[in-house]
Ligand binder design. Sequence first.
Ligand SMILES: Cc1cc2nc3c(=O)[nH]c(=O)nc-3n(C[C@H](O)[C@H](O)[C@H](O)COP(=O)(O)O)c2cc1C
Length: 425
Amino acid sequence: MKLVGIVGSNADFSYNRLLLQYIKKHFKSFVDIEILEIKDIPLFNQSHDQTNSAPIQKLNRKILAADGVIIATPEHNHTIPAGLKSVLEWLSFKIQPLSNKPVMLVGASYYDQGSSRAQLHLRQILEAPGVNAIVMPGNEFLLGKVKEAFDEQNNLKEQGTTDFLQTCLEKFVKFIKVVSSINEPQKDLSAEEDLEATGKIDTTIEGVDMSAEDWVEQASEKIDAVQGDTYVKLNRGILTVNQLNALLASMPMELTFADSNNQFLFYNYTEDKEEMFAGRVPGQVGNPLANCHPPATYKNVKWVLSQLRHGNEDVVRIHVPTHGPDKYVVHSYQAMHDDTGNYMGVNEYVLDFQPIIDWYLQQTGQRLAKDETVEVDATSSASKKQEEVDSVSGASEQATSEVDSVSSASESADVDSVSSASIKS
Ligand SMILES: Cc1cc2nc3c(=O)[nH]c(=O)nc-3n(C[C@H](O)[C@H](O)[C@H](O)COP(=O)(O)O)c2cc1C
């Protein structure tokens, strides 16, 4: 682990320098520290840009190359010395080497609580957007009464002080690892999604051609699947298979399930393909997802699945506008997990929100108004996502069916008068 230690004093003699030298020497088997000085750095002056001067560039390079930075600050007039503040101004002006860099603070001063106020200020300064360092929380190491703290060999006299310093340093090493994992760019794992469902999971029904028109019949026979009035114990309840079917069919949305092997296993079939927002046919069930989407959409399908599988998103929602202005059809790709959090597959539900919005507005006596503060940018990522989703769902290929928002509104009104009556009674 490569660290740099910045001496916060520009004086020829500095206890903070002594402290950093002690840390470097005493913990050399644990961390590799290079001590950097600020005494050659000119006073910050915005009108006289010296960012490219040798001492500032040296500091810049060393900080950039380090895994973490320790700053040892004196306390002057309840804050950090002007020299150190000046350095931080240079490091936030044209260059930002401390940006996202893990930083640990230490300080030595003449008095009991000396450097605690300086450290507090330093923390605030380092977290300013221009500096943007990531300062380790807590673990404030302050060396009070510093004139009596070192022996003739410049070692700390008190073992307890060294022990606490070691604890802080160990935590800083862990902190650096955490911060670096946060800073790491997220790997795009979508290429690994196997849309052909060639893998096998515990629940995969083997020995049946996935693309057979009668996959459901063949597979259910193979595993002797229960049906009809046979009871199934669920969490929380018991239903017959017929009741379960009726329940799923009554859900006011198109429900689809593909397992973690990317095999399409279920949809709540009630309507012909032409009547659906996302058309499906009974013979599609059992197919690998590759057979359910045109090849041109594979990249986007893989992206959505990968987001869900790796927990980047719990749900990916895509508005598909091709069903006409009187509908607000959204495809929601919802990740499913077992009791221990393992990814089980995706529940895609397709729902026209418009009747719900209409009902809500009617119930509350409100109207929609455009929010002028929100810019809808045609080139925004939102609209990009839209294209992605369109191609995921193949929405442009879907036939649009009409939803009678008037009738659903009046139906809602009936429901409301019933419910408000019961509330009143
Ligand atoms: C101008 C000036 C102001 C100081 N103000 C404080 C102060 O506010 N609080 C404090 O504890 N020590 C203060 N001190 C004493 C410092 O504790 C001491 O100079 C410094 O922290 C020791 O670190 P150094 O040897 O690395 O410079 C001040 C010293 C100077 C020169």
